[in-house]
Structure formats: C-alpha cells, structure tokens
Design a protein around this ligand. Sequence first.
Ligand code: SF4
Length: 883
Amino acid sequence: MTRTTCAYCGVGCGLTVSGSTLAGDPKHPANFGRLCAKGASLLSTLGHDERLVEPFIGPETASWDEALKLVARGLQNAIAHHGPESVAMYVSGQLLTEDYYVANKLMKGFIGSANIDTNSRLCMASSVAGHIRAFGEDIVPGTYEDLDECDLAVVAGSNLAWCHPVLHQRLLAAREKRGTKIVVIDPRRTATSDAADLHLQLRAGTDVLLFNALLAQLDARGAIGQGWIAQYVSGFDDALATAQASTANIGEVASALDIDRAALEQFFDWFTRTERVVTLYSQGINQSDHGTDKVNSIINCHLATARIGQPGMGPFSVTGQPNAMGGREVGGLANQLAAHMDFSNPENVDRVRRFWRAPNIATRPGLKAVEMFRAVAEGRIRAIWIAGTNPAASMPNASLVRGALERCPFVVVSDCWPTDTTAHADVVLPAAGWGEKTGTVTNSERRISRQRNFCAAPGNAKPDWWMFAEVGRRMGWQDAFLFTSPAGIFREHAALSAFENRGARIFDIGALADLDDAGYDTLQPTQWPFPKADQMQSRLFADGHFPTPDGRARMIATPARLPKREPDVLRLNTGRLRDQWHTMTRTGRVPQLMSHTPEPFLDIHPADAAAIGLADGGLAQIESQHGRSILRVRTDARQRRAEIFAPMHWTNTHSSSGPIGGLVTMRTDPISGQPDLKATEASVVPIHAQWHGILLHCASVTPCWGDGVYWSRVPLTKGTIARLAGWNSLKDVIHSEDRLRGFMSITPETELVAYIDPARSVFRYAGVENGVFVAALFLAPANLELPDVDAIASLIGKSVDARQRLSLLAGIAGHGGSGKTICACFSVGERAVKNAIGSGRVRTIADIAAEFRAGTNCGVCIPELKDLLHAGKCQSPKTGTLN
Ligand code: SF4
C-alpha cells in the first residue's frame, strides 16, 4: 500500500493506494479518511492512450537530449540577444514543491530574471498580498482543527461544498457536534449556501462594505479587543475611521449590499456574540480588482477582536490548488524571491545569492501572469517555458494568450497531456504525473505531505524537476543543478528556509534539512513552522507576535468601492463545478465525473432571460470586450438579477463554446496582480437553433462541424457522446454522404444504415462495422424530441443484428441508462433515485444512503438528493448530514 496525497484541491487529502483500490487515508489529519468524488476517481486518470510519452520538437518526436539541448539553446539565445528579462516561465500549483524549487532557482538565481509566475496568481495572490500587509509574511494562521472547534463559520466567496468538499463536511460535522452556525456570503446561491444557517446573497463586489460595516458594528457594540490592540496591533484607528465613513446607517448598508436588513443584523449579532469565529474565504474574495482590500477587510475584523491564534478562530484562506502553498514557500510568484523572502530588502537578495552561489540573481520583481502574457504579445518576452498549466484556456483574454504564443519565437511546454497550450509549443516535454512522480505538497493549513509514486510514468515521461535541472546543467550551471532526487531538492529547500533565519521569517522548516532519504520517504504530514525538532507549531500568533518590523499586526484601511449599478450591463461570474477540475485535462477523461453536468452553460435569472428573449435550455451568445461564446441557457431564480454565471472548465477540446477565459477581463488587482475573474461586463443575445442532434461513437472523437454548429462532448467508458445544435439549415450542413461520414468519423467501408423522414426533417444514421454498432447520428428539428441517448449509448461497441439496427434507428433500442450521475463517488444515476422515490421505496436521505450509498462519502450530492425527494413530495429533514 502506498500513502500519498490527492492531486486536486488545496484541502490536501491523504490517500492510500493498493493495487486498483484507492481510499481516503484514515490517518491523514486533513481528511481522516474522507474523500470527494474527484479524489476518489484519481486512478481513472492513469494509463490513458492520449498521454504525452515522448519529447516533441515541432511535430516530430525527439530524444530527451535533443529536446533539452534545444531548450537550453533557445533560452540562451534569448538571453544573449535580448537579456534575461526576455525569458519567462509560467508554472503551476499542480507542480510539486521540488519541481517548483528547481524552476525558481533556475530562473531567479541563474537566468537572472524574476519573470517566473504561477497559475496560483489566478487563485490566491490577493490572499498572499493581504497576509503580507497584515502579518508581514504570507501566513495562514489557523489549522483545520479550528473548523472542528469554531462556533461560527463565516464562508465568504466560496462554494466550499463543491470546491473543498472535505472541509465542508468538517464544518457540517462541527454543526452536528457543537451547534456551529454557518453563514455564507456569496452573490450566488450554491450547495454551500443551501446548507447554511444564514445566507447573505449580497450584490457582487460589495464584500469590503460588508466587512467594514461589521468592523464598525463590532466597535459600536463594544466587541473590540482594546487591550490586545494596544499591545499587538497597529493601524486600528485608521482602519476603523475608514470603515465607519460609509457604514453609519445600517439600513443604507443593507440597501447598498441589496440584502435584507434583518439578515445583516443577524450576522453582526452572531459575530459579535461568538468568540470562536473562523472566516473562510476563497476565490470570490481573491479574484477581484480589489481582492487584497477584501482580504484585509476580513482580517481587520479578526485582528480588532483578537479572534486569531486561538482554537476555533481566525481568518482562513482556503487555497484552490494542491500545491499553491508549496509554490508560495519556494517563491514561485514573480514578486517573491524564495523561502518567504522578497526583493524589498537587498539583504534578502544577497542572502539567497550566497546560499545558491548564484552569479546573476534577479534583484527586482518580475512580471505577474497577466503582465507576462501581455509582454509575450508585445514581443518583450522572446522565450517562455510553461509547465503543468494551460494558459491558452485559463488566462483572461485567452485569445490574446493564444496569439501571443503563436508570435513568441520560442515556446516550451511541459505537461502530461496535449492541451490547448501544447498546440502552440515549439518543444513539448512529456511530464510524469500524479502516481508516477514523488515529492511534497503543502495544503491550506501549512501541512507538508508526501506525494508518492506507485506506478511507472508512461513512455519517456519525466518529472518536471529533472527537466529544469537538466536544462540548468546544459546552460552551464553544472554544480547548482546536480540534483539526483526529490529528497536532495527538499533538503536544500528546507536548508534555505533556515539559512540566517534566526526567527526573522516564520516559514522555517530547518528541522527537515537533514532528513536522509529514508526519512524523506517516510515523512509524515508535517505542519510548518518546524525550525527545530521540538518546535513544530500548528496554530500561529497565539503569542501576539507578528513577523513585521515592530512585531505588531497591521490593520489596513480599506475604503469600500461599490460596483456601479448599470441596469443594461450583465456581469459575468466564473467558477468551478462539483466534479470538474480546471480545464478538464484530467477530469474530462472520467465518464462518471462528466456525467453530472455534461455541457457548459450560462446561468441567468428568469426575468433577465425573458427581457433578452432567452429560453431555458436554449442557446445564447455571450459577448464581452474580448470575445464571444455560445452556451446552453439555464434560467435560475436563485441567480441575482444582472449577474450571470458560467463555469471555467470547458475548452475547445470538449465544446465549441471554447474557454470562458476568452471572454474574461484582463483587469487586475493593483497590489496582488490577481485578475478580476468574477465581474466581466457582458451582453447576451439568444441563438435560435433550427435543429439539434446527438452523435455517438465507440472511440474518443471530437466533432468538427465548423461555424453555425454548437457541440459539446463527454467521454463514455468506451466512446463519446456529443450533443449538437445548429442555426443554419440542416440541408446545408449535410449535403453529401462524404460529409456525413466525416461528421460521424466513419470510413467509406463502414456500413451506413439510415432512416430519413423528409417531411419532418428527421435524419437517423447508424454506422456498423463487422456487425458491431460503431457510430450513430440523430438529427431533428429543434422542436422535436430526440431518442433516449442513454438507451442508444448502451449498445455502442456491441454487435447488433438486423432487428436491433431497425430498433436503433427507431430510437427504441437498448435499455434506459441511469441518467446524469448524481453521486459520482458511487456512480449513482438520477434516474435510479427518481424511480426509487416514485415507487415509494425511499423517503428520506437515509433511505437513499441505505439503498444506493449516495451521499455517504463526500456528501456534495445531498442537496440535490433533497431536491429530488422534495420533488417526489417525500419527507426530508433539512440537515446537512444523513438522517
Ligand atoms: Fe482531493 Fe476532494 Fe480532498 Fe480536494 S477535497 S484534496 S479534491 S479528495
């Protein structure tokens, strides 16, 4: 059995893998055996045919030596002709700390530019900046135990139930055990708000006003920790005066937030009266053009009331990626140097220079992600290495990024899979992935855990640290990059954290600098700081000492900036879905994860939809300053007026809608550089589909239908289903058998059986090879129903006799499938649950758990199960846990 860590979110759940069995690690303190559906299905992401297994130079495969020499030469050429600032790296919170460390050392220490940034810039850069402003260092003070021990949990800008399900389960367990109240602050109604005791569905972008009002109320209600502030905190008077400036009248504040005044006062009451308060926050706070102020407005309320550093209390930034924290530790952000040292102090630069024996160390911050790709587009960056991330889909104004990469003279991409970004690379390097490589990650509570390999990397795929080190050596820095194992890299990283530290920086893992290889192999989950063997600290700031020059925490004045009320402008919010991860390079290959939400969509309030002429289930074109996309409409009365939502995950690989990042504004927070991914001005118009259809194939195929056709595809266990719709005449689309065969991805030899009803414009085709049903295409006018796709899909790849072929074309073949996957952990389909409810067999969540096990693992499907029970008019007590 191998103990390892999940590759997805920042909760950092421990896993055990034994043969083909994966389970939550009952001993890991992040999850104590719990897992969500994404983590539980990780084994399904291994061993796919599409993996990158050889280096590529252009379209040709190459040896590692050829590829690495070319990379070294390409970087050297750019440096020789345009200087070190013409080189950049864009890396990822998916990398292990050891990968990150070597990349950062190569770039900042030896190439001599700080132009290395990470996709964590899109995720939590505002939290980093807010921590440094308040505490003097990028510190998450709390620990997950605080979620078990708090009496009030404020969840701000986070759909925790979907994005960090295991932490949400800990909160629900705390509510069961000690009556913890949960307040959710989010412009959207989500699975998290549905399980909350109070939901403040405030107007998007008004968080600072809310927390300023809270600070003013805490003062007015006598809840300020005056003695604590006098001893340990600076900036209180300014922060309070700024907060009071716009919050004197609670009615006006409620009106500006657009929420009920009684609900607002309830929140103030609970926060005032409860000592043990944790405020968890995530992308809804960070991804904003004033995200740093949002973070500090939250921290202010905790500092003002001394609700920090003690059990069950504190501000708590929940990180998105598995190793965003590890990246922050090594200096993976362009404005950081290494080991929590930055460029503001020349002594830091000198210290790291001496430690690395670095001849050309960077002396000033580099370009942050959005600026970096702008520099690529403008020709200032001439060579870029992108590792483990997909900016051609995920960056704001993604089409600018694609154009920039096309124009850039030298692009290297290392990744496990072909992506939208590898398509623009001059050199593609195949990377080893989760389960194949070994190293460490740090989760949201500062806990370092091992990721361990348990299978070989496919083909010639290699770990990222090895690639960076090999290129460093080929660029002439032999001694600095003599790494032979992740253990050696980790020891150097730990030693740097302790180097001339003497308590100046809290990030110190010096106790791990002397780990031998065996100790590294068996390293247990370990929280930092860990400067000496007997000095591990779990919860920080209990002593009131902060790593600022005067040792005091800093409250920051955060003036409230309210978004303009523009009735004709829609604001596009983007975010994650329950079963998906980032640009779906992994989760998009797992059928049970794709089944819950098979298509990209646009959520819009029914009144806004009616005003525009959109129909629920129809198509709409959404357009911003940067681009446009066509999405399926979901009218939802839970959506705020004039605020629309689309998921961040789909790319051109899975849908004609392409990446939503192509529409998103490039506006950033001036302090953190984090893009404002949740408030893009957009307009929406209906698209009137003339026809719709289904394409089924026994292989993995991507529809190529050109303009005028919307498609979205999901994988089957063996094959593909694509949903289609078009707004041009069907006759113009299918005008020849060759074209038809092309659409169906079948050869001229494949037997094509057809049913055509010209009067109704119904077209049904099936492709059969050697008696095996290999493909189907069903098309009909948009106002006519299509056959049951699940039933047809149950026959794909199977032998079909003459009678079954006729049944296929009649749309009555096969057996009804299970419908959309409602519980991805146990692959439970919605149809089965509905049938059980309809028959009266199940009446409660507990009944469903007993019959299907649905809801008994991560629990994220419980709100939907309750909706089904409600629809079935069955009893369902409203609690967050099984009853
Ligand atoms: Fe992985 Fe889910 Fe745990 Fe996040 S909550 S680390 S995705 S298992």
